[in-house]
Design a protein. Sequence first.
Length: 206
Amino acid sequence: MRRAWWAFWFLLGAYAISLCAEWIANDKPLWVRFEGRNYVPVLRFYPEDAFTGNGRMTRPNYRALAAGEAFAPGSGNWMRWPLIPHGPLESLSPEHIVLPDTVTVTAVPESRVASADLDAGDRIVRTAGDAGFFGLAAGQTVDGPGSPGGGARPEQPDAGWGETSRPGEGGWGLPEEIREGLAERRANRAAGPVDARVRLPDGRLA
């Protein structure tokens, strides 16, 4: 019961403070003394013309006015700002944004994963994932198990990564582990997963 009593007073105090929020944080000054007259912008609207005489009846930029000659030291004009002189909709100008002198960039390697489905004639019928990294595309023919120098043979000029290849060029040889796995699948025998590494002709490691 005692804890609930203190919670009640805490919430009541927070509510009372919220009623005075504009007096605590605001981009309008609490009190302006200008040419012998007093202004309270936090309670009343004053047009820009009241301080500049330019005929504009829009909301003045009090921060720009405070930095102008009319409010220079010794002019007799001044502004009193709240504890936090910023409003909820105010944005910092670029010249007031503090940037670090140095920037640290961290590069993280990205894993490349792709899959290709072959028909009975060792032709790629569909691809998934990052197939372009490996130069794989639908319509290519992959040399079957047992073929020396097997690899993906593109039948179109685009071999991926902006390179041009002709049939029989630009492909990459299938590792022996993959050839053996394909042979097992062709024979309708169970074949486990294969982990193999191969270097592409342009030096990329797959």
